[in-house]
Design a protein around this ligand. Structure first.
Ligand code: NAD
Length: 492
């Protein structure tokens, strides 16, 4: 516990300067009626700060600001847009410790993981700074020889960005980076549980020269009402959402009204396949990463461990040993490797999934209990021989529960893996190259990790298929989510 006192001192100075205000049109303003709501620390249950609780009118004022800045930002040379993002990358990298501390405070992940999130988040700023001047087009004769086809791109226009609590910084930069690179202005609405990181990032953007109205931040406890009205505003052109499939469906329906462009990064149910020819050291390392990163609260977290029967015993034993050595606690404490869940509701949901599996005959090899407060902790848990039909295999766990299901053949493993409405990530461990190629073709997911438990990279297109959503963030694809194709024919 020796690390706690200095960590607490650092914590006090990590908070943003404008905690209780909205950022609209380049100025910090109180919410209508001065309303605020509290943000708590999930590791202690303690109060962190009050943030502004925006009304619908506040949300529309943010759209006004984004619309007013839209033409000027679209006309700003790509090189200048790029340089702003590059300065933001540099300053964020310099301030890594402060951002990491704030992420741990409001979200709960261990500090080492929060530092990794800051690095990952910053990469989107650097990547899209590099992409901004490379927005390209085509030029050529039409087949009839009567004209010239010119294809270019225009910024989509003002965007609403809605982010979740599990990666409060990376989910913001993964949207703000490409939007600004493309020439779009934005209103961002962070999750109620973790708004402070976005406010601190807005302060950083101001320091690096962000023009007024290009990024506007609306914190609110009335996400549904405020976002619905923003989306109903005919001046808005796009909504980009990361969150649950359940909320994604609502937003897709609302977006239909004004035919908005949409990007949807939704829930997952990732299968993690271990074949009998796998390097088990690598598979166990990959399992620990893919399952326990972010306390299991990642959309690409491995949800179902499908393990060949010949190696299931050894794999499970080794995983139990590693999980048993994890140290649970406040993420600011030195040595802690697993933090709290986001709130008590999340603990209760995870426990329901564990109880259901156990009632159906799964073996509890480790953990299996909620931990009494303060804080919202759930024991890291390993379940063996989880029977088909268990809710833990069909629902997104979003917690530190590793569920093992043995299989006998590759066909069976693929059928089990694809037996879900989700299609975000999958993982497979095998040393057989032909099998790896077959799996890449057969696994119905937007991302596949072969012999690795960590697939996220700013240079790669992240996104799902099936009910995990559509659109891609990162890679050369990412900027196109914020661009419209413009074709013209020049007659000869
Ligand atoms: P959530 O869907 O409850 O909330 C996400 C965001 O949507 C929050 O900002 C919330 O305030 C807002 N929101 C909620 N209801 C809304 C409504 N009716 N209208 C407008 N906004 C609304 O999800 P969460 O619990 O914050 O995040 C966890 C989920 O996010 C998981 O399902 C996870 O898989 C998913 N996720 C997906 C990705 C991805 O890239 N595919 C990445 C991270 C998280």
């Amino acid at each position: 516990m020796s690390g706690v006192a200095p960590a607490r001192a650092a914590a006090a100075s990590a908070l943003p300067a404008h905690t209780g205000e909205l950022f609209v049109g380049g100025t910090w303003v109180a919410a209508e009626g001065g309303r605020t709501s509290a943000v708590d620390n999930p590791a202690t249950g303690g109060f962190l700060a009050d943030v502004a609780d925006a009304s619908v009118a506040d949300g529309i004022a943010a759209v006004d600001a984004a619309v007013a800045a839209s033409e000027g930002w679209a006309a700003t040379p790509a090189r200048d847009r790029a340089e702003l993002l590059r300065r933001a990358f540099d300053l964020l990298t310099e301030r890594r410790e402060r951002f990491a501390t704030l992420i741990t405070l409001e979200m709960g992940k261990p500090l080492a993981e929060a530092r990794a999130e800051v690095t990952y988040a910053a990469e989107f700023l650097r990547w899209f700074a590099e992409e901004a001047p490379r927005i390209s087009g085509r030029y050529g004769p039409n087949p009839e020889g009567t004209g010239t086809v010119v294809v270019g791109h225009r910024p989509v226009g003002p965007c609403l960005l809605i982010t979740p609590w599990n990666f409060p910084l990376a989910m913001a930069t993964r949207k703000i980076g490409p939007a600004l690179a493309a020439g779009c202005t934005v209103v961002i609405k962070p999750a109620e549980q973790t708004p402070l990181t976005t406010l601190l990032f807005a302060e950083l953007l101001v320091e690096v020269g962000l023009p007024a109205g290009v990024v506007n931040v609306v914190t609110t406890g009335s996400a549904a009402a405020v976002c619905a009205q923003i989306m109903a505003d005919p001046r808005l052109r796009k909504v980009s959402f990361t969150g649950s499939t359940q909320v994604g469906r609502i937003l897709i329906a609302q977006a239909a009204q004004n035919v908005l462009r949409t990007s949807m990064e939704l829930g997952g149910n990732a299968p993690f396949l271990v074949f009998d020819d796998a390097d088990l050291d690598a598979a166990v390392d990959g399992a620990m990463q893919a399952k326990f990163r972010n306390i299991g609260q990642a959309c690409i977290a491995a949800n179902r461990f499908l393990v060949h029967r010949a190696v299931a015993g050894e794999f499970t034993e080794r995983v139990v040993e590693r999980v048993g050595a994890m140290i649970m606690g406040d993420g600011l404490t030195d040595g802690v490797t697993i933090g709290p869940l986001i709130d008590d509701r999340a603990c209760a949901r995870v426990h329901r999934l564990v109880t259901d599996a156990v009632d159906r005959g799964a073996e509890v090899l480790l953990g299996g209990h909620e931990v009494s407060g303060p804080g919202s902790f759930y024991e890291p848990t390993v379940l063996g021989e989880v029977p088909a039909g268990s809710a833990v295999l069909s629902e997104e766990i979003f917690g530190p529960v590793l569920a093992v299901v043995p299989f006998d053949t590759e066909d069976e493993a693929v059928a089990l893996a694809n037996d879900t409405e989700f299609g975000l990530a999958s993982y497979a461990f095998t040393t057989d190259l032909s099998r790896a190629h077959r799996l890449i073709d057969r696994l119905e997911t937007g991302l596949t990790g072969i012999n690795t438990g960590a697939v996220s990279n700013a240079a790669a297109p992240f996104g799902g298929i099936k009910q995990s959503g559509f659109g891609r963030e990162g890679g050369i694809e990412g900027i196109h989510e914020y661009l419209s194709v413009k074709y013209s024919l020049i007659s000869r």
